[in-house]
Design a protein around this ligand. Structure first.
Ligand SMILES: [Zn+2]
Length: 502
């Protein structure tokens, strides 16, 4: 069956939504929208959400004098608000504090407790831990992880912990997971990330703690009421709890996930622990994990101190939601590290959207009105641009997450039209009374623009929809544009912005 289940990581509510979260979520939305066009709405499921437990959240809430859930409610609400503003069409939004998640996570933990490793040992065992713990990382630290006694990521001294924890016997899963990844049973992309994970596993896996003692803000272990589940472990379970594992029709239809997107900072959890856990639970593995890179803003690391953190809402306020989405994903190849050129947002907006898409659509609609009485002329498509081929390239690119390359493809279509108009000069043909030639040119342009609208829709849902409306198409069909149907002149899609405002 052709179905598509895509997930973003669930975002940890200790930080407010910024352009980094928006980047992953917009990318997922573009993929989901494309596959809805391809497979139908009912065959696509796009999940995002928020990760809300753990010591770090309890601490952040306390700092603001709030109950952890009140704090989580607020930040989780901000995420949903930002996604609405960016026109993200997720099918579900899971919060790990919801009962549906807590119930299923608890069942899964109980199931893990009764499971055996590939080597026949108990998957979970209890052991004493004495050592250092960084709340910022929500993880245990060894001396060699620290720089001058401090966590290099957080600049804080870790706490000394002495507690009994439940451990997941990850060390018993190394061979199995290595084979799963090598054989692409679970595909890790891009290739460089796959190599990184393989080498990590080849160096030997250590068991990981899956519970915390003396912490209230978490899901209690069903088999030990003095312990709560370690936040990362239960958070991973969201991808199946949201589908109503194991009985729901949704789970049966959509699992295994086709694509799970993640940032490279959570590589180990998703590419090692997650497959091991699913193997222990005898649940199918996701088909693919796609790891994207980090980015800098105008060449600098994004940080509060530098004041270069981009709030997606500001971007929408300035450019509108379509353009904000576009500016976020059009910067560099998805999967690589790259630089977001915030300095050039206006230039890019003007060149690609106002002068590119917007100007072309406007020109064609105005010419249709002027030279063809606002109706689709009676012709058949015969331009040099092979539309079927364009769609094939686009489709292949999507299957490889080439969102950036698809933007180039779309811009190529726009450039083709611009030169076609400049070369054929319908205004001169009009003066010479060559109506038949004009009709052919306008017909070709209208048909290309109709396809362009559909090509743009995953990236620019509003503009794509508007173009189809101007063309009097309630829905895109594989048939060519209908002869004789009425065309609207419409409004400009993107108004030019003053560069000086930058
Ligand atoms: Zn840390």
């Amino acid at each position: 069956m052709n179905k598509f289940y895509i997930t973003t990581p669930i975002y940890y509510v200790n930080s407010r939504p910024h352009i980094g979260h928006a980047y992953t979520t917009v990318a997922a939305d573009i993929l989901a929208r494309y596959y809805r066009l391809k497979f139908g709405n009912e065959n696509v499921w796009f999940l995002t959400g928020t990760d809300e437990h753990g010591a770090k959240i309890a601490q952040a809430a306390e700092k603001e004098g709030k109950e952890p859930l009140v704090f989580a409610d607020e930040v989780s609400g901000e995420y949903r608000e930002v996604w609405k503003t960016l026109n993200i069409a997720n099918d579900d939004f899971i919060r790990t504090t919801e009962e549906r998640h807590e119930t299923i996570a608890s069942e899964l933990l109980a199931k893990l407790k009764n499971s055996k490793t590939p080597k026949g040992n108990d998957v979970l065992y209890k052991d004493k831990y004495e050592g250092l713990y960084c709340i910022g990382c929500e993880s245990y630290k060894k001396d060699e992880d620290l720089v001058d006694g401090k966590c290099p990521d957080h600049g804080t001294e870790p706490q000394f912990l002495s507690e009994e924890n439940w451990y997941f016997r990850l060390s018993d899963f190394g061979d199995v997971v290595l084979e799963q990844i090598k054989s692409d049973k679970i595909k890790i992309a891009p290739e460089g990330r796959k190599k990184e994970v393989l080498s990590f596993i080849e160096h030997g896996l250590e068991d990981v703690a899956i519970s915390r003692q003396n912490l209230k803000w978490g899901i209690p272990l069903p088999f030990d009421n003095e312990q709560v589940a370690y936040v990362w472990i239960e958070a991973l379970m969201n991808y199946i709890s949201a589908l109503g594992y194991p009985k729901d029709e949704k789970f049966k239809k959509f699992w295994p996930a086709n694509t799970q997107l993640l940032g490279k900072d959570i590589l180990k959890f998703h590419c090692v622990i997650w497959p091991a856990m699913l193997t222990a639970l005898e649940i199918e593995l996701p088909q693919e994990l796609f790891v994207h890179g980090y980015f800098t803003i105008d060449g600098k690391k994004m940080s509060k101190t530098l004041g270069n953190v981009i709030d997606p809402i500001d971007l929408v306020d300035e450019f509108g939601s379509d353009a904000a989405r576009y500016l976020i994903v059009s910067q560099f190849q998805f999967g690589n590290d790259g630089d977001v050129k915030a300095d050039e947002f206006i230039t890019k907006y003007n060149s690609d959207l106002a002068n590119g898409v917007g100007n072309l659509v406007n020109r064609v609609l105005v010419m249709t009105d002027k030279y063809c009485g606002g109706k689709v002329p009676d012709k058949k498509y015969n331009a040099d641009l092979d539309l079927k081929n364009v769609w094939q390239v686009i489709d292949k690119n999507y299957s490889e997450y080439k969102l950036y390359e698809n933007i180039s493809q779309i811009m190529e279509v726009i450039r083709f039209c611009d030169s076609y108009i400049d070369e054929t000069k319908p205004w001169s043909l009009d003066k010479e009374g060559k109506q038949d030639e004009i009709d052919q040119i306008i017909y070709n342009l209208l048909e290309i623009i109709r396809n362009l609208a559909q090509l743009l829709k995953p990236y620019l849902p509003e503009a794509g929809e508007k173009i189809l409306t101007y063309l009097n198409q309630s829905e895109f069909s594989s048939d060519a544009i209908e002869v004789g149907s009425k065309i609207e002149k419409g409004e400009p899609l993107f108004l030019r912005k003053d560069v000086k405002a930058e």
